[in-house]
Design a protein around this ligand. Structure first.
Ligand SMILES: NC(=O)CC[C@H](N)C(=O)O
Length: 234
C-alpha cells in the first residue's frame, strides 16, 4: 500500500455498544480501496494518547457504567485530544463518545459525568425514556442522506462552532426537539448512529479518510480517492 495512517481506537475495549467496532472494519474496507494501510491501536484506561502519533481517531458508544469510568480517565487525555482536534485531526465519535467530547453528560440515574469540553455541546437526561429506533438524516451542505439506528437516553444540545451532522428526516436525533442530529466541528464527526454508522454510510468513512490523508500528506493529490464510488451497501 502507498499510504499508511495511524488510527487510535479510544477505549475500544469499553466503549463498543451495538457493534461500534464495525466502524473500524468499515474504515479498513474503504482504506484498502484508497491504497491506504491502517495501523489501529486501542488506547484505553491509563494509556497515553499523544496527538502527534495519530492521523485519525474513533471513539465508540457505551453504557452509563462504562461511561462513568471513561469520564474520569479521559480527563488525563483531555489536553492531547484537544490538540488533535484543534489541529484538524479527523475523529469519529458515536453516542457515549459524542457525549464525552462535550461539556458533560447526565446519566439515567441523574449522575453528572464530566466531558472534556473539546466541543461545545452538553447532554441532559430524560425521565424514564430512551430514543430507540431507525433514523434518517440529511446533511444540507453535501446533500448526503445518512441511515442509522439510535438508542440513547441522553439529549444533546450542540453549541458554538458546531453544525449538525444532519437534519432529522425520521427519528429523534440529538434531543427530540430541535431537529438536529450529531455534530461536525473541524474534522470531528459526531453522531448517535449505531448500525454501525460507517457500514451504512460510506460517504462519512470517505470524508474521514480523505481528511486524514490530506492532513498527513499535504503535497499529494487525493482527487482520485475523493472520487471513489461508495457502494450502496457495504
Ligand atoms: N449507546 C450509547 O452509547 C448510549 C450512551 C448513553 N449511555 C445514553 O444512554 O445516552
Amino acid at each position: 500500500m502507498t499510504y499508511e495512517l495511524n488510527v487510535a481506537h479510544l477505549y475500544g475495549d469499553l466503549m463498543n455498544t451495538y457493534g461500534d467496532i464495525g466502524n473500524i472494519l468499515a474504515l479498513n474496507y474503504y482504506a484498502k480501496q484508497m491504497d491506504v494501510h491502517l495501523n489501529v491501536k486501542v488506547i484505553s484506561l491509563e494509556e497515553t494518547f499523544h496527538a502527534a502519533d495519530y492521523d485519525l481517531a474513533f471513539f465508540g458508544g457505551g453504557q452509563d457504567f462504562e461511561q462513568t469510568i471513561v469520564a474520569q480517565d479521559i480527563q488525563t487525555k483531555k489536553a492531547e485530544l484537544i490538540k488533535f482536534i484543534e489541529s484538524g485531526g479527523p475523529l469519529l465519535a458515536i453516542c457515549g463518545g459524542f457525549q464525552l467530547l462535550g461539556h458533560y453528560y447526565i446519566g439515567a440515574d441523574g449522575e453528572k459525568l464530566p466531558g472534556i469540553g473539546a466541543l461545545d455541546h452538553y447532554t441532559l437526561a430524560q425521565d424514564h425514556n430512551r430514543f430507540i429506533g431507525n433514523i434518517v438524516i440529511k446533511n444540507q451542505e453535501t446533500g448526503e442522506t445518512y441511515h442509522g439506528f439510535e438508542n440513547h437516553q441522553g439529549r444533546t444540545f450542540i453549541g458554538k462552532g458546531e453544525r449538525p451532522l444532519g437534519d432529522v428526516v425520521k427519528g429523534k436525533g440529538n434531543n427530540g426537539e430541535d431537529g438536529t442530529e450529531g455534530a461536525i466541528y473541524k474534522n470531528v464527526y459526531c453522531s448517535y448512529f449505531h448500525g454501525p454508522i460507517l457500514t451504512r454510510n460510506g460517504d462519512i468513512a470517505k470524508h474521514l479518510l480523505v481528511a486524514a490523508l490530506k492532513r498527513k500528506f499535504p503535497d499529494d493529490d487525493f482527487s482520485q480517492q475523493e472520487a471513489l464510488p461508495i457502494p450502496a451497501t457495504f
